[in-house]
Design a protein around this ligand. Structure first.
Ligand SMILES: [Zn+2]
Length: 363
């Protein structure tokens, strides 16, 4: 394929009601040939939708790259359906079980052996382990998305292998579930309408209430953050990465000379949760706050359930709008961002979310 000049990025809906996840199909090409990438597959049901979507709109049953940002069910599970039902060139996935020997010294308990650690990793991330098993069965090449890896036109910005092995792995295995019970883990209580956020804080263009001191789980931070530049259009994908992963991504692009704030397309991390982004990190990735009333120059997509009452957070949407992005949620529909390709017949422009003067309070 010659230098690609066009692309389509499709965010498919995941889950019903208040649950969220990511199921993203991308193709890019030079006008003659295409490459297809799936970045996260959501649930089994959205995995089926991805298969149908790729056959129908990309007119192929071949996926060059299947990428799993991180092992959470709402991102990994649907990829097994994609891998079982389509032909796949490469699977890109973090394989903690393959590094048990290298990280064993982080585990003080002497009863832990390399073998028991392998088992512990497989038990900890059953959905990504299942992907490896399918890949082995089908003879699909398996690669790990560490900083600097190239996946077609995309470059992995975070995590670095060193940070993944020696910081994140010890964190997410020592505290297996401790940080999963956050407001953003979509536990069943979020289905209860009485638990909706009470909106009672004023924001304006100049008043931003996002915090700088937030954190998310090590699993989320391990998300493979990807960047591509296709026909001078920057594309940024980040799964559920938080401030640490996003900062690493930003530092790395500084080194290899790319300008993240010039991207045209952004995925909003973690379904628009407010524990993944801060004003500081957004300034580095999306850009500084622009003067009010300037028209948006870039797009930001966010995967949220059709009935999602808690996501995306208004303060996160506002933060992207202030920095020049138009924010579009999936909310039960497939949304498409495309460059140099014709609009699909029957598809309408998805509605973006307006700036909100009132946002969720922190308490
Ligand atoms: Zn998620």
């Amino acid at each position: 394929m010659d230098t690609p000049t066009q692309y389509e990025i499709d965010f498919l809906p995941v889950g019903n009601g208040d649950t969220s996840g990511d199921a993203i199909a991308i193709r890019y090409g030079d006008g003659i040939e295409w490459k297809v990438m799936v970045y996260d597959g959501g649930t089994k049901e959205s995995g089926k939708k991805l298969v149908e979507h790729i056959k129908r709109y990309y007119e192929t049953d071949y996926v060059d790259f299947v990428v799993n940002s991180h092992p959470d069910q709402d991102h990994a599970s649907g990829l097994s359906v994609v891998m079982e039902n389509l032909n796949v060139g490469e699977l890109w996935i973090h394989r903690p079980w393959a590094h048990a020997g290298e990280v064993l010294h982080h585990f003080k308990d002497e009863r832990i052996t390399e073998n028991s650690l392998v088992q512990r990793f497989k038990d900890k991330v059953p959905y990504s382990w299942a992907l490896e098993e399918i890949a082995v069965k089908k003879g699909i090449k398996i690669c790990e998305p560490y900083q600097g890896s190239e996946i077609g036109e995309f470059t992995v910005l975070s995590p670095s292998k060193d940070w993944y092995l020696h910081t994140l792995i010890p964190e997410f295995t020592k505290t297996p579930e401790a940080k999963d019970i956050t407001e953003e883990s979509f536990v069943s209580k979020t289905l209860d309408p009485l638990h909706k956020d009470i909106c009672c804080v004023q924001e304006s263009w100049d008043i931003e209430t996002l915090r700088d001191d937030v954190e998310t789980s090590a699993d989320n931070e391990s998300s493979a953050v990807l960047y591509a530049n296709i026909d001078s259009q920057g594309i940024f994908l980040c799964g559920d990465a938080g401030i640490r992963g996003l900062s690493h991504a930003s530092e790395y692009t500084d080194i290899y000379g790319q300008d993240l704030p010039n991207c045209n397309f952004y995925q909003i991390p973690h379904h628009g949760g407010r524990h993944n982004v801060s004003p500081e990190v957004l300034n580095k990735i999306v850009g500084e706050i622009r003067p009010k009333e300037t028209s948006p120059k870039k797009s930001a997509f966010v995967s949220v359930g059709k009935e999602a009452s808690k996501h995306p957070k208004e303060m996160v949407v506002n933060a992207f709008i202030r920095r020049g992005a138009k924010v579009t949620p999936t909310k039960g529909s497939t949304i498409c961002n495309h460059h140099n390709t014709p609009a699909r017949s029957g598809w309408t422009t998805a509605k973006d979310i307006p700036f909100s003067d009132v946002v969720e309070s922190w308490d």
